[in-house]
Design a protein around this ligand. Structure first.
Ligand code: GLV
Length: 309
């Protein structure tokens, strides 16, 4: 029984060591040193080459190194009969929530404007707004959104969430589905996008939806770049309708060097670092799921092709 590790940009030897602590009998192979393709029963992947997974005819599960799985489903030939197990690690969820808190505070307290002011030695002060009157809206209230929403709520902000399945969180106003997207956006000063990328969410934050945010709103994106229409976001920032955007994920990654986001004065770019896997923790969770599959039990959470995440 072999586990194939294919993790673009990572030190695979570190992952081999971590996996072997939990799966001492597993034959661990690092892509592209695959050996006999029929031996591969598990493939742990991030940005694996398109078209390759279908070669492993004895595959029992595909383990994603991320919560998102579109790096797998973008492959038109990925084996559809094999479960795709997502990685939702509480440590990473916590880090992502902290990233959100950072930018919420930044925009709430106008630090982006003070950074600009310092460049001109300007002693200009901006009035404060009570945190409870600053409305932070989470687009997506799944495993990630709910944790960040609670953290931001606990700091005293007015918090709301939007999603397709009702989520009951004390002190968080929930907006339900397509019909309530407009009132949700209209009542959001700081929008945090935590949605998975699916056919339904791709390009969701376009000109029309961005225009529903109140004037002066800001946007934080920690899920997937393709949910925002880049040109529409830039236009809303340039017109003064939106005041700032903190973007951690992009349609194309790495963000191309000539992309206008890099130099736009109202855009803050981070290189997809809101959450970064901890090998010890991620390998332990993924190994537990591999053991479940071997024992004939259901791994969790598994990608649902109908929901798209
Ligand atoms: C990272 O972006 C993930 O999908 O977890």
């Amino acid at each position: 029984m072999a586990l194939l590790i294919s993790y673009e940009g990572a030190d695979s030897e570190v992952w081999r060591q971590e996996f072997s602590k939990h799966l001492p009998d597993m034959d661990i192979r690092i892509y592209p040193e695959v050996g006999e393709p029929d031996d591969i029963e598990f493939a742990a992947v991030w940005m694996h080459p398109i078209g390759d997974l279908q070669r492993y005819t004895n595959l029992k599960a595909i383990m994603s190194f991320g919560a998102g799985v579109e790096h797998i489903t973008r492959d038109p030939e990925f084996p559809r009969h094999v479960p795709i197990v997502r990685l939702v690690d509480g440590l990473v969820v916590q880090d992502m929530a902290l990233h959100v808190v950072h930018w919420v505070l930044h925009f709430h307290r106008d630090y982006h404007r003070y950074l600009d002011g310092q460049k001109e030695a300007s002693w200009q002060k901006y009035p404060l707004r009570e945190p409870a009157r600053r409305r932070v809206g989470f687009l997506g209230m799944g495993a990630m959104g709910a944790v960040a929403a609670k953290m931001v709520r606990n700091l005293g902000f007015g918090v709301s969430g939007w999603g397709r399945d009702p989520v009951n969180l004390e002190g968080v106003q929930f907006f339900d589905g397509d019909d309530e997207l407009q009132p949700f956006l209209e009542s959001t000063d700081i929008l945090v996008n935590v949605l998975p990328l699916t056919a339904a969410t791709e390009n969701l934050l376009d000109e029309r939806h961005l225009a529903m945010l109140p004037k002066g709103a800001s946007v934080i994106n920690i899920s997937r770049g393709a949910i925002i229409v880049d040109e529409d976001l830039l236009a809303a920032l340039d017109s003064g309708h939106l005041s700032a955007a903190a973007l951690d994920t992009f349609r194309v990654e790495p963000l191309p060097v000539d992309h206008p986001f890099w130099t736009h004065p109202k855009v803050f770019v981070t290189p997809h670092v809101a959450g970064i896997n901890y090998p010890h923790s991620a390998a332990s969770l993924m190994a537990d799921n591999i053991k479940k599959v071997v024992a004939g039990e259901c791994p969790s959470p598994v990608f649902d092709p109908v929901r798209g995440y």
